[in-house]
Ligand binder design. Structure first.
Ligand SMILES: [Zn+2]
Length: 480
């Protein structure tokens, strides 16, 4: 009798667990099903990746000027020829009289939570992204891109964030020994991650091990500076990119915005020691200020493009935290603004020291919206004092110079992949010309504004909260 009850309970548990597993699988599959508008097979335009663009003005590769009235031949997704005149038969011709052709934009610091975001990046002229918080879902996305299954910006991702023994965080990999660090670098390479991300809290002995193994495994490192090592430690040949202007103020400056002596030393160090690119991510920081001055920001239209899970667990929490801080001390509004202004100076100074600035927004968290944010970030670099041409370089050629795996993009040059935007106005006169592009080429495929608008529409107020939560749980549960 007793055994019978146990068996019944066991059976009941198995049924419940089984039903749970099945419904989880259905939820995730449904979310992917709902983004089928991105599938190559569902888009007729995807069948053609060869064009002849005529009469077009091209942003030149190496100088601040426009080459007028050129022809560009795209063949099988690659830029095949650029000339004053090209004779060709049997290829679709695009008359681009009075239009401007620039390389597609690249956002070097994003966090991707679902596939709807891919459409938002494309719709904003972004043809490549670097994801800096790797999870299993990103490896599946890479696989679909490798097999040419979906229309998406070119996608590169780091592995999970590597931190040291003391740093607590549910989604980071806490390394406890140099030996473990080396093992993880090898394993991330095997799993298919493109880069290693080192994070806040990583200690020197572990960092040394990561760098040593990354060099052996030919893996570039992207560093969110660690406060456990001196800032200049990050100027290392294996670290290809250093993130966040904010960290210069937090770590070497210890929040003392007026410590001009220390700041000068940092600039000197950059000039003498640094060969890494620098990604300022000014937008995400300035958005703190936006939250402080705009009580309605969570209800704003642009927030409707944020992943619903992030909206609930991150955007809202950040907003409430900053509003609370303001209630206790209203001077915070001014100090955030002051720090943002210092970030602008840092960008200008680092640019002058010869540092390669790469455009990164930190989109996908807080209230920093995927895709749209890049135009804000570029505006800040302009405000900092860079010319329009120098600003454009931060989101194109500079990115391609940072990692060898990105070297086939970022300029309009024979042999490069045809990731391009075709726009009505000259971006060297006004950067606003880059917003809302009429035509985007991704690997030679031509997306018109109707298709791009549809990508935006599909992503607006998407209902994939549960699927997003399941993917995040998966990340917490699998071995990192
Ligand atoms: Zn980030």
């Amino acid at each position: 009798m007793h055994m019978k009850i146990v068996k019944r309970i066991l059976k009941f548990i198995i049924i419940i667990v089984g039903a749970l597993v099945v419904s989880i699988a259905i939820m995730v599959l449904m979310d992917i099903q709902n983004t089928k508008y991105l599938k190559v097979e569902n888009n007729e335009f995807a069948n053609n990746n060869s064009f002849l663009i005529t009469n077009v003005n091209i942003i030149a590769k190496n100088q601040d000027t426009v080459l007028v009235g050129k022809m560009v031949h795209i063949k099988d997704g690659i830029i095949q020829n650029i000339a004053d005149s090209i004779e060709l038969n049997g290829v679709e011709i695009i008359d681009a009289k009075n239009k401007y052709l620039t390389p597609g934009l690249i956002d070097m610091h994003v966090h991707i939570w679902d596939r709807y975001e891919l459409g938002l990046y494309l719709s904003n002229g972004i043809t490549a992204v670097r994801n800096l918080w790797g999870m299993p879902m990103h490896l599946r996305l890479k696989e679909d891109l490798d097999n040419d299954k979906i229309i998406s910006p070119m996608f590169f991702t780091t592995g999970p964030k590597l931190t040291g023994p003391e740093f607590i965080g549910d989604d980071n990999l806490q390394l406890t020994s140099p030996k473990e660090a080396k093992k993880k670098v090898i394993s991330y390479k095997d799993r298919g991650y493109d880069f290693i991300k080192t994070y806040y809290g990583i200690t020197e002995d572990i960092f040394d091990a990561v760098i040593e193994q990354a060099a052996l495994s030919n893996m570039d490192i992207v560093a969110h500076p660690s406060q456990k090592v001196p800032y200049a430690y990050h100027f290392n040949a294996q670290i290809k990119s250093i993130e966040h202007a904010e960290e210069i103020i937090q770590q070497p400056l210890n929040y003392n915005l007026l410590d001009t002596v220390k700041l000068k030393n940092i600039f000197n160090d950059f000039e003498k020691l640094n060969k890494s690119s620098f990604s300022p991510t000014l937008t995400v920081y300035n958005n703190i200020y936006q939250m402080l001055i705009d009580d309605e920001i969570l209800e704003s239209e642009t927030l409707q493009y944020m992943n619903p899970l992030i909206k609930i667990v991150d955007s809202k929490a950040q907003f409430e935290r900053w509003i609370n801080t303001k209630q206790q001390d209203s001077s915070i509004v001014k100090s955030i603004k002051n720090q943002h202004n210092l970030h602008l100076k840092i960008v200008k100074k680092l640019h002058e020291t010869g540092t390669t600035i790469i455009c990164g927004t930190d989109a996908g968290i807080g209230v920093t919206i995927p895709g749209f944010s890049i135009h804000q970030e570029l505006t800040f670099y302009k405000e900092a004092g860079l010319s329009n041409y120098e600003v454009l370089k931060t989101a194109t050629v500079n990115a391609s110079k940072t990692h060898s795996v990105m070297s086939n993009m970022g300029t309009i040059e024979v042999g490069k992949v045809a990731n391009l935007i075709l726009i009505d106005n000259n971006p060297l006169l006004s950067l606003s010309a880059l917003q809302h592009p009429k035509t985007v080429f991704i690997k030679g495929r031509k997306l018109n504004r109707d298709a791009l608008d549809n990508f935006e529409k599909q992503a607006k107020n998407r209902k994939n909260l549960v699927a997003s939560a399941i993917r995040y749980l998966e990340n917490l549960m699998v071995e990192k």
